[in-house]
Design a protein around this ligand. Structure first.
Ligand code: SAM
Ligand code: SF4
Ligand code: SF4
Length: 361
């Protein structure tokens, strides 16, 4: 029986780390610069997606983090400010469901007010299941959010309700997507996790629905994150297969990556109706270009989505550490980083991976 694991003991902090020179990206053991910070603001969610928070394991008696354990908006903003000095240029808010965190737009405003050493605001995005987006899109845009990614795994109501294990109709999510675009959070990215035998029959309906809308549909290979979803390789529908399925109805041509480390492989519809993206973390891992650091809701840093251990920052934050000490800790964690889980998938079994609903993808 799988277990939900949040609290593997953190390793002892590495000592003697110097903060990087302002504006200079700190690099890990493979020379990968720190560029992205993903901040999970809550471990709670109003969905129980079967591949992420199966209800048998995240039921009424599941112990979510208590409010006092969560980093405050001030603490999150302080970590983000220091991370910008260490090389971060993009910040993504996630969860759990980030729009469940009260006054999330206040945090967006605080983060949007930060500046990189070059004086630019960070690119600030958010990933959401979309249920509260129609209500919140305008406030988020006004607060300074740059863009939004909405997860949607099916257009068929019965299937969507089964996959999300919620009573929420697809129309609610589609309304959220339109509200986000209308508020200027465009282009909206729509993420669909494809699981064979579950929603692979929705690949074409989703492509047909979103082509020509200006929203970018991205297909995500089902991953073995966490310990609770019972992942099996034969449930993965590869990006190549998805391109074949869509290409048979709508001819596609590959697009060049816009920058090194771009996560999605992009394909354009030959008739000009926009593009799709493929996130092939299983069939074509991209660890070599992975520049992402993750901050958990209670202030632990994770250097990989598949990490078993985090590095606590909250104790330092709450003990009155100064910025230099926090910067040194952050740089030390990144410099020691040697993760490349997806490239080595299958070589070593891991029993204690963090859950996606905790760290946010
Ligand atoms: N609740 C928000 C949402 O669903 O967009 C944000 C957090 S959710 C963990 C972030 C993304 O991770 C979603 O797009 C979700 O579909 C994806 N995800 C969750 N479990 C996954 C898995 N096992 N494989 C691939 N993607 C997964
Ligand atoms: Fe919630 Fe997102 Fe996980 Fe679904 S994928 S259970 S919406 S955190
Ligand atoms: Fe990055 Fe870890 Fe994913 Fe590789 S497996 S791309 S290192 S998060």
């Amino acid at each position: 029986m799988p277990r939900v694991i949040h609290h593997q003991p953190d390793p002892a902090p590495a000592g003697g780390d110097a903060a990087p020179a302002p504006g200079e990206a700190v690099r890990d053991t493979f020379g990968r610069p720190l560029r992205d910070l993903r901040i999970s603001v809550t471990d709670r969610c109003n969905f129980r997606c079967t591949y992420c928070m199966p209800r048998e394991l995240f039921g009424a008696d599941h112990a979510f983090l208590p409010q006092g354990a969560l980093l405050t908006f001030e603490e999150i903003t302080r970590v983000a400010r220091i991370a910008l000095q260490g090389g971060v240029r993009k910040i993504r808010l996630t969860g759990g469901e980030p729009l469940l965190r009260k006054q999330i737009e206040t945090l967006v405003g605080m983060l949007a007010g930060l500046r990189t050493p070059e004086g630019a605001p960070p690119e600030l995005t958010l990933t959401t299941n979309g249920t509260l987006l129609a209500r919140k899109a305008r406030a988020l845009a006004d607060a300074g959010l740059t863009r939004v990614t909405v997860s949607l795994d099916a257009l068929d109501d019965a299937l969507f309700e089964r996959m999300s294990d919620s009573g929420v109709p697809v129309a609610t999510i589609l309304d959220g997507i339109e509200a986000a675009a209308a508020a200027g959070l465009a282009p909206v990215k729509v993420n669909m996790v494809v699981r064979r035998g579950m929603n692979d029959g929705q690949i074409l309906p989703m492509a047909r629905h979103f082509r020509g809308t200006g929203h970018t549909l991205r297909f995500i290979e089902y991953m073995d994150v966490g310990n609770t979803n019972g992942w099996r390789m034969d449930e993965v529908v590869t990006g190549a297969e998805i391109v074949r399925i869509i290409g048979a109805e709508f001819p596609l041509r590959p697009l060049q990556a816009r920058y090194r480390g771009e996560v999605a492989n992009r394909w354009a519809y030959a008739d000009g109706a926009g593009e799709i993206g493929l996130i092939t973390s299983v069939s074509q891992p991209f660890c070599g270009d992975c520049t992402r650091l993750r901050l958990s809701p209670e202030g632990r840093l994770f250097t990989c989505l598949f990490a078993e251990q985090g590095h606590d920052l909250r104790a330092l934050l709450r003990a009155g550490a100064d910025d230099a000490a926090l910067a040194a800790r952050l740089a030390g964690v990144w410099r020691a980083r040697d993760d490349r889980y997806s490239e080595r998938r299958g070589e070593a079994h891991r029993d204690h991976k963090i859950e996606m609903s905790y760290i946010g993808g």
